[in-house]
Every structure is written in structure tokens, then in C-alpha cells.
Design a protein around this ligand. Sequence first.
Ligand code: MRU
Length: 364
Amino acid sequence: MKIQGQPHRSIEADLTHRTARIVDQTFLPHRVEWRTLQTMEEAAEAIQVMRVRGAPLIGATAAYGLFFALRDDASDANLQRAYDTLYATRPTAINLRWALDRVRRMVEPLAESARADAAWEEALTICEEDVKTNHAIGHHGLELFREILAKKADPSSTLNVMTHCNAGWLACVDWGTAISPIYQAHDAGMKVHVWVSETRPRGQGASLTAWELREHGVPHTLIVDNEAGHLLQRGLVDVCIVGTDRVTAHGDVANKIGTYLKALAAHAHEVPFYVALPVSTIDWTIQDGIRDIPIEQRSGREVTHMPGLTEEGIRQEVLITPAGTQARNDGFDVTPGRLVTKLVTEHGAFDANAEALQKLSGMI
Ligand code: MRU
């Protein structure tokens, strides 16, 4: 997608030096700051402190991280050490394990001298596939948008889409998952408007989704998270679409905290609630999302403090509670499959239940 009209990806390989360049998302939306990753430790740190975030991009960055480790030392012991370090960075996004397993499976049978090259190629392939996959998700999502628009009293009116967190190109290598159909609808000339919920505490909606949509010229309005029910109740939302960090084999969906409340409200008002994902986000080993998906516990400081830009242009963090207030900060919640209208994948749209996902597993 584009930054000030120039095409970019959230992670870009330098083929000459075999490094990876990322947009450091901790500086957005106020500054576009590129950062070069060249060691496993740098890749792990970037994931951990959320310079990169979003399930597919976490996986892609980890794949490069494994390459950096093997370039330094391709022994079995170092492979294991790097795998463990990268795997420990964030617990909920299953794409992390998926990407690490994929690179490890590729290199393990090889002689040590061939491992780094193979890991590099695999990391590049993961990134290329991510772009194609997300484009396909966008295509299938756009078909669903067209169906919804056709059913509106005035099909030439604007489609109002609500999203949560950031599942755009910044969360992937390109296009995004939930935002991909929005970009494709906008590019195809459909009148589309996005309700962007700010996504407290870290504000990925306010800082990242709003920034992306602005760069692409997609009309959008920022709302506080608590406004979602009100808008749904008044018929101001035609469709909700979000991304996910992990889907169980029975269709339960983990996504950024606050997703569940939106799904409940959408269900109450009979508004379609779609979840967009690459099949690499499905954890086929678990069924019950509430029981089995590990939920990241984050620092209470993200709740008690707010970062922002002062009028003088200085980045600052301010305390918004009485000093010493205790805060709980679960990074994600689980939406049961029964509240999900469709899972939109690169292979098409599927019901969020065991039977439909069984069918999908036969297609991959
Ligand atoms: O904590 P984050 O910013 O990594 O959380 C990201 C999300 O919850 C996204 O919706 C999810 O990873 C899907 S990204 C295509």
C-alpha cells in the first residue's frame, strides 16, 4: 500500500545485505520511522515491544529472525534457542508458531551450511504468500460487501463498515485482512465509509487504522470504543469486519480486547459480523477458544497512562488515573463462533463452526 503516494510494505527485504526493514509502528501516526533488523535479538525485540504487531506480520518478522540466527550459527542448538526466544515474544497470535515451524521444518533436514540460505528463501516466500493471500481475502470480502450493499434500500448509498484494532496492511505484509476488502471496495469505486474504533488501551485503531485509511483516501470516522453499540442500534453500521490472532478448529475467534462486545452488539442488531483471516491463523489443535487460547496479559501502565503528541510536537505519556491505581490489561478476548457470521479466508467465506472448518481443512 502507499505512504505519501509511494508503494511500501510493512516489512521489506534488502536482498543485497539480507536484512529486513520495518516501519516502526511505535512512532505512528506522528512519524514514519524505518528501522533495519539484522539480528535475531532485534527481530524478537521488535515483536515484543510492538514495533511490528498484527498476527501475520509477527509471523513474517519471526521468520526473518530465525534466518538471522542461522546466519550467525546454524547448529541445532542455536536453531532451538532462536526458536524459543522468538516464540516467547507474544503468546496469542498463532501465526508466530506457524511461521517458526515452517522455517524450522524447512531447514532441519539440511546440512548446517545450507540452512541460512533456505531460511532466507522461506522468509521471503512467507512474505510473498502473505501479500497474495490478503489480496484474495479482500476479493472474497468485497463480494460479501456487494451483497450487503445490494440489499440496502438505496444500493447506490454508502456502505458503512465498522472495524476494531488494526487488521490493515500494517498488521500484515501488505493489504491487510479485514481492511483488504475495504481497500478493494474503495478502489472499485464503491462508496465505503469506515467507523474506526480507537481500541484502548494502545489505540491501534486511532493511531494505525486511521493513518492507513487516510494515506489511501478511504473516508472514515474515529469513534471511542464505547460508541459501537449506539451506532449499531441506530442502523448506522451495515457490516462489521475484524481480524484475528487465532481461530480454533470449532470457529472461536481471539482478537483485540473489545471485539467480543462488538460481536454481541452486532448480533443483537442483526448486523453481519465478519472475521477476516489467512488459514495460517487457524489453530487446528484446539477447539474451545475460551478454555484453550492463551490471552496476553499486558502492563497496567498501558491503561493508566496515555501517550500522545503535545501541541509543540513532543511525544509524551500522561497519567490519567489517581497515582497507583491498579489496572488489568488483557490484550485479547474470545468471540464464540456462534456470533461470527462468516470467516473470510483466502479460500472464500466459511461458517465459524467445526463442520465448515473441516471442509476448509480439506481444501488446503
Ligand atoms: O496487539 P496487536 O496490535 O498485535 O493486535 C492485533 C490484532 O488484534 C489484529 O486484529 C490481529 O492480529 C489480526 S491482524 C491481520
